[in-house]
Design a protein around this ligand. Structure first.
Ligand code: NAD
Length: 531
């Protein structure tokens, strides 16, 4: 296998070989941390106990209520215990952020960036332990989790370094003796709301630029996998970040949303999650005209043209459809294939699908983990039932795995459905699991039309050797992430990211320097020194 090909098929946050796990602490996550943090982690195999992080202190819910997460591969294992926070804790978080904002925003970007670089190093020292924790709580394989933790480390390193460039623009004025320039100012207190499927990459790609730009942050991670956001808070605290600059509230999403919508101190909201929640939050924010970005679901196609390298095509589809258990917003769920190569492609796809090893992501050799929880597993099974009732044919998988080692987890066979009609529910609605539908088409134009024929527009891929068709696809495909001969998942942290159509408010892009546009306000300064 060529190195280039291997890279293209690697999981989205594939771990770079140079970052070995040797020499890292086994699971003493918080050795050397401040006294308040040390109590958070227990011995290996024991549940961690986390609290909210407000104003630099770890505090429980006012009600004293807690909830726990369990391992999706073994639901008898409690992974962590959290406060069941409501609206009052959100209020405290925003108040703490409001108090911290003046001091934090008065620092230079370079000074702020140092905390991010330092936090990157702290996370790097804990990479192996954090990846294990991520796998135990969310279910993805250890290789995928290690790649994701490395991504968070790299994001912090990127924004720490680029802090030296955060600034505005100098423009020529019409008149001599005049200076005309723009400056970037922070917005104030920003609320970040994140999903469970990338529990450290997404919080980090929102929080790092938000902080670098001088904002104070209150983040609410998804309740299925909050551990890594708490660990991010710990690393930032240990980096010396001033108290109240970064706050974490764990608990009820709706209660947090109510506070976000009505609290006048919340200057901006960055949300990643499902379309229904994003839509309702967007409506709630409209009356205050609060700056926001909503990044939501996808129904991402990979198009296989007749001239494609079909081995490559099968490899890309399996990696993008079944990698991360299909639980990626950019996962391939529709495979649009020119009919003349359908049979040949299907054989190759099924051979690769049958080679997938489903199991506990901590075990060697496992290449696909479980669904995150029973509810997601039920959704997956329901969509398979619906697809079959709508005329699709089951080509592989389709069943829950529940014998032996699988009995205590939420495992599904990787599933391939054939003869999927473009207008069917399976072809139009996000499943968020390892379920792929094959949609045969007769021409390139029909392929583009089917690909664009859904409400979402997040990511798309085309497999072809025809340069002209590739460029026509780039011109016409309705997706924020446009791939050619690559997996539909996988992002460069330095590049802008966001969707189109129902996948996004399409207001601002995330990641890279594009994130600065969201997290700062631009002001224009006119200076006359001609007198
Ligand atoms: P979700 O919408 O159920 O939850 C997302 C977050 O919103 C969670 O933290 C949740 O607690 C919170 N929340 C729930 N109700 C709320 C409310 N009323 N007000 C405010 N916040 C509320 O999504 P999920 O199940 O955690 O994640 C899966 C979804 O995320 C999928 O649709 C997936 O496509 C999408 N996603 C999108 C991207 C992207 O960049 N476009 C990336 C990853 C995931």
């Amino acid at each position: 296998m060529k190195a280039g090909r291997a890279l293209r098929c690697a999981p989205p946050f594939a771990d770079a070989p140079r970052h070995g796990a040797r020499g890292e602490p086994s699971l003493s996550l918080h050795a050397g941390g401040p006294p308040s943090a040390k109590a958070l982690s227990q011995a290996p195999g024991m549940p961690n106990t986390y609290k909210n992080f407000i104003g630099g202190d770890w505090v429980g819910a006012a009600s004293g209520q807690t909830f726990q997460t369990t391992n999706p591969a073994d639901s008898t294992e409690v992974v962590a215990v959290y406060p069941r926070s409501g609206r009052s804790e959100a209020q405290q978080g925003f108040a703490a952020a409001g108090q911290a904002f003046p001091g934090w925003s008065a620092m230079t970007p370079v000074a702020r960036g140092r905390f991010l670089s330092h936090a990157s190093q702290i996370l790097a020292g804990r990479k192996a332990a954090l990846a294990q924790l991520l796998t135990r709580e969310e279910g993805k394989t250890l290789a995928e989790a290690t790649g994701e933790v490395q991504r968070a480390i790299d994001i912090l390193r990127f924004y720490g370094g680029i802090s030296y460039t955060l600034g505005g623009q100098t423009l020529p004025h019409d008149l001599p003796g005049n200076l005309l320039y723009t400056r970037r100012d922070p917005l104030g207190v920003v609320a970040l709301i994140t999903p469970w499927n990338f529990p450290v990459a997404i919080p980090t790609w929102k929080a790092a630029p938000a902080l670098l730009c001088g904002n104070a942050v209150v983040i609410k991670p998804a309740s299925a996998s909050p551990a890594l956001t708490c660990e991010l808070a710990l690393a930032l605290a240990e980096s010396g970040l001033p108290k109240g600059v970064f706050n974490v509230i764990v608990g009820d999403g709706a209660a947090f949303g109510e506070e976000v919508v009505s609290n006048p101190d919340v200057a901006a909201v960055s949300f990643t999650g499902s379309r229904p929640v994003g839509t309702s939050l967007y409506r709630g924010l409209a009356h205050r005209m609060v700056r926001n970005q909503m990044e939501m679901g996808g129904k991402n196609p990979t198009i296989i043209l007749a001239d494609a390298d079909l081995d490559l095509a099968a490899r890309l589809v399996v990696a993008a459809g079944f990698g991360l258990t299909g639980q990626a917003c950019t996962a391939t769920s529709r495979v649009i294939v020119e009919r003349s190569v359908l049979a040949q492609f299907t054989d190759k796809l099924l051979a690769r699908t049958h080679a997938i090893v489903v199991g506990n992501g901590l075990k060697d050799g496992v290449t696909m983990g479980p669904a995150v929880n029973p509810s997601q597993l039920d959704t997956n099974l329901e969509y398979i039932r619906v697809a079959l009732s709508e005329g699709a044919t089951l080509l592989s998988g389709g069943h829950r795995l529940s014998d032996g080692d699988f009995a205590r987890g939420w495992f599904l066979e990787p599933t391939v459905l054939g003869d999927v009609a473009p207008g069917s529910r399976l072809a139009c609605e996000e499943v968020f699991g390892p379920v792929i539908g094959l949609i045969p088409v007769d021409t390139f134009d029909e392929a583009i039309s089917v690909a664009n024929g859904v409400e979402f527009g997040l990511s798309a891929s085309l497999v072809t050797r025809d340069f002209a068709k590739a460029m026509r696809y780039v011109d016409r495909i309705q997706a924020g992430v446009v791939k050619v001969n690559q997996i539909s998942t996988g992002l460069a942290l330095q590049a802008p990211f966001g969707g189109m159509k129902a996948s996004s408010t399409d207001s601002f892009r995330e990641q890279g320097v594009a994130a600065f546009d969201f997290y700062t306000r631009s002001r224009t300064v006119y200076l006359d020194y001609s007198a």
